[in-house]
Design a binder for this molecule. Structure first.
Ligand code: 2HA
Ligand code: ZN
Length: 301
């Protein structure tokens, strides 16, 4: 096999993806929770989580739920209706950041800032079974996370487990000056940095400005997530999905870096997008061919 036979050869997984469940070990020490907590701290370090901005959810495996169950609260919280429903998430368990809690504080005290919620048999309500101490609740964006999990789980044959929302500054800035359509923004990002089309071959969706936190923005976002594994919220931020924490954080990081390069290139170019040099559409096609990518062809000229 040649070194370019598969994108995974070149852009493969790192060694640190948290995997597995360990019985008899506290929730905070489980590999998935360490990966969850690390992502929160890394996102803070990147400057994407001012105040209580951003949120993270993880759909737990059966083995992880079994390993954590001995540490669950004796009495779970009451069921709380979400205003959204998903058949394929009936009975699922999610780890989630807390509403109004700060990403910055997650590594200091996971049990206060993060919780585990169980979804009811109808797939339309949650209850807290661990963490979110002192009256915490799941993130205000839980309806969007939940619907994105449902859609991405279906789109990836169950591989998708992580949904991550952040407020990366350059992505947000682009939504002030670019047409809010997926094709235009994806093309700009693909051409900003050679590896982008490898990292997000389907492109990035764009949701126009909407009120956050509710069922409407959840429906609009999850509709786009049928096609894309990332979606921009205009004047707000970015949602990314993936099978593990490394891939999902890497997607957020790559999109934001591409947005920063694109913005800087336009500034260097007096604001114009008529660049002296760029990656051509045939160049993108050649990457797709050599890396055997299943790209969104309709985004190429
Ligand atoms: O958690 O980011 O979109 C705060 C937010 C809401
Ligand atoms: Zn937000």
């Amino acid at each position: 096999m040649g070194i370019l036979d598969s994108a995974q050869d070149v852009f493969g997984k790192g060694v640190s993806a948290a995997k597995g469940a360990v019985s008899g070990v506290a929730v905070e020490q489980q590999p998935f929770m360490k990966g969850f907590v690390r992502l929160c701290g890394d996102g803070w370090d990147q400057g994407w989580h001012e105040r209580n901005g951003g949120n993270l959810t993880y759909r737990m495996t059966d083995a992880e739920v079994a390993a954590c169950r001995p540490f669950f609260n004796e009495v779970p919280s009451e069921w709380v209706s979400m205003g959204v429903q998903a058949d394929n998430l009936r009975g699922a368990f999610f780890t989630t950041t807390g509403s109004g809690r700060y990403m910055r504080n997650v590594p200091l005290d996971p049990a206060h800032n993060v919780g585990i919620v169980e979804i009811n048999d109808a797939g339309d309500a949650w209850r807290i079974v661990w963490g979110l101490k002192d009256g915490g609740k799941p993130t205000s964006e839980f309806p969007t996370h939940f619907m994105n999990h449902s859609v991405r789980m279906k789109a990836t044959d169950g591989a998708c487990r992580v949904i991550y929302h952040a407020h990366p500054g350059n992505v947000i800035a682009l939504t002030f000056v670019m047409p809010l359509d997926a094709r235009t923004i994806t093309r700009a990002l693909w051409k900003a940095m050679t590896e982008c089309i490898v990292v997000f071959p389907k492109g990035v969706g764009v949701v126009p400005w909407m009120v956050p936190g509710g069922a409407d923005i959840a429906a609009a976002t999850s509709e786009l997530m049928k096609t894309y594994d990332a979606a921009i919220w205009a004047q707000h931020g970015l949602f990314c999905s993936g099978p593990d924490f490394d891939t999902t954080f890497g997607l957020m990081h790559t999109i934001e870096k591409a947005a920063a390069i694109y913005a800087e290139a336009r500034l260097l170019n007096g604001g114009s997008d008529d660049f002296q040099n760029t990656i051509t559409d045939d160049g993108l096609r050649a990457i797709a061919r050599d890396f055997k990518l299943d790209i969104n062809e309709s985004f190429l000229d």
